[in-house]
Write a protein that binds this ligand. Structure first.
Ligand SMILES: Nc1ncnc2c1ncn2[C@@H]1O[C@H](COP(=O)(O)OP(=O)(O)OP(=O)(O)O)[C@@H](O)[C@H]1O
Length: 340
C-alpha cells in the first residue's frame, strides 16, 4: 500500500487576540494509506478540526509538510490549491447543503464549478443519488429531508468529482444512533465499493468502532497514540487514550461508581481485561478456584470491535489467597488491575 496522506512534523499555531499563541496542531507526523479508514479522536479542543483543515488546505501549517496524493499542499499556488481541493471530498456535522438548491442541484454543484457539461452532470448526479439511495428525492429541497438523508446528499455531493479522499468532520454527531449507523454503513460502502480513503474526525467512540480500521488519538494538538482500532480500544497505552477510551466505553467503573461499589462490597475489587483469546473465562475461573478465591462479578461490559471481543469485568475477590489468584491470572498473561 502507498500513503495517500503524509504529514511530516506538522504544526499550526494561531495568534489569539490577547497576544498569546495557541498551538492547535503540534508536531504531528502521520501517514494514511490509500484505501484505509482512519478515525481521529480526542476531546474538544484537541486539534482535530485544525488537522482536517490542514488536510484540505484551508489552513497552511506554521511548519512541516502536508502531502496529499503526492502533492505538497504547502507549496501550491492558489490556482493549484483549488484544483487539489477538488480531489478532496468533505462532509460536515451541519451538512452545509445549499437550501435554495434541490437535492440534485446540490450534488451537481461541484460538477458545475468544475465545468462539466450538463448531460454528463445529470448522468453523474443520478448515478450518485442512486448510490446513496436518494434517486427518488432528486427534486426535493434539503429542508424536506431528514438529517440522515441530508448527510447522504452531503456524501453524494462530496463524491461528485470522484475524489480519492473523503474527510468527515463530526459527520454523524448531529444524528441519532440509528441514523448514525445508516450513514456509517454508507461510508463503509464508499470505502469498500468505490475505494475512497476516508478520514473521520469524531468524538464518538461508537462511530470509530463501526467504521475505522485505525484510530489516532489527539490531545493538546499532539498525536499521542495511533494504531489498530481493536488494539487502541482494548489496550490503550497512553494516559490520554486510556482516559478517552474509559470515558467512552463504560466497562470499567468510574470514580463515583467505585465509591458506591466499595460501600456495597468490602472485598478487593479487581478488573480483568476481556480479550478475544479462546478459553479466557475458563482460565479466569480456574485461577480463582485453584486459590480458593470467591469471585463475585460486580461490574463490567463486553462488546465487539471489528468482530473481536473486548471489555472488562470487575470482581469482588474474597478468600485467604487473593494475591495468589492475581499472580495466577497474571502468570497466565491475563491483565488484572486492582481498583484503588
Ligand atoms: N482560527 C483560530 N484562531 C485561534 N485559535 C484557534 C483557531 N482555530 C482553532 N483554534 C484553537 O486551537 C485549538 C484546537 O482547536 P480545534 O477546533 O482544532 O480542536 P477540535 O479538537 O476540533 O475541537 P472541537 O471538537 O471542539 O472542534 C483550540 O484551542 C482552539 O481554540
Amino acid at each position: 500500500m502507498t500513503a495517500l496522506i503524509s504529514l511530516t512534523d506538522v504544526s499550526k499555531s494561531f495568534d489569539r487576540r490577547d497576544g498569546s499563541t495557541v498551538t492547535a496542531v503540534d508536531a504531528v507526523s502521520l501517514e494514511v494509506e490509500t484505501g484505509e479508514v482512519l478515525a481521529v479522536i480526542g476531546y474538544s479542543g484537541a486539534g482535530k478540526s485544525t488537522l482536517v483543515r490542514l488536510l484540505n488546505a484551508l489552513e497552511k501549517p506554521t511548519s512541516g509538510s502536508v502531502l496529499v496524493a503526492g502533492q505538497d499542499l504547502t507549496r501550491l499556488s492558489e490556482g493549484e490549491l483549488r484544483a487539489a481541493r477538488s480531489k478532496i471530498g468533505m462532509i460536515f456535522q451541519q451538512f452545509n447543503l445549499f437550501r435554495s438548491r434541490t437535492v440534485a442541484g446540490n450534488v451537481a454543484y461541484p460538477l458545475k464549478v468544475a465545468g462539466v457539461a450538463k448531460a454528463e452532470r445529470d448522468r453523474r448526479t443520478a448515478e450518485l443519488l442512486d448510490f446513496v439511495g436518494l434517486l427518488d428525492r432528486a427534486h426535493s429541497y434539503p429542508e424536506q429531508l431528514s438529517g440522515g438523508q441530508k448527510q447522504r446528499v452531503g456524501i453524494a455531493r462530496a463524491l461528485a468529482t470522484n475524489p480519492p479522499l473523503l474527510l468527515c468532520d463530526e459527520a454523524t454527531s448531529a444524528l441519532d444512533p440509528e441514523t448514525t449507523t445508516e450513514v456509517l454503513s454508507l461510508l463503509r460502502r464508499v470505502n469498500s465499493e468505490l475505494g475512497v480513503t476516508i478520514v473521520v474526525i469524531t468524538h464518538e467512540m461508537d462511530a470509530v468502532r463501526q467504521i475505522a480500521e485505525r484510530v489516532a488519538v489527539m490531545e493538546n494538538g499532539r498525536l499521542v497514540e495511533i494504531g489498530d482500532v481493536y488494539d487502541v480500544f482494548s489496550d490503550p497505552q497512553t494516559p490520554a487514550a486510556q482516559r478517552f477510551v474509559r470515558s467512552a466505553t463504560h466497562d470499567r467503573p468510574s470514580a463515583d461508581t467505585l465509591v458506591r461499589l466499595r460501600h456495597q462490597h468490602p472485598g478487593r475489587l479487581v478488573s480483568v481485561r476481556i480479550t478475544d483469546e479462546a478459553g479466557l473465562q475458563q482460565r479466569i475461573d480456574t485461577a480463582f478456584r485453584d486459590t480458593g478465591t470467591t469471585a463475585e462479578l460486580v461490574y463490567g461490559g463486553v462488546s465487539e470491535i471489528r468482530e473481536r471481543r473486548t471489555g472488562s469485568l470487575t470482581y469482588e475477590l474474597t478468600g485467604p489467597s487473593v494475591d495468589a489468584a492475581l499472580d495466577a491470572l497474571r502468570a497466565g498473561g491475563i491483565h488484572a488491575t486492582e481498583e484503588v
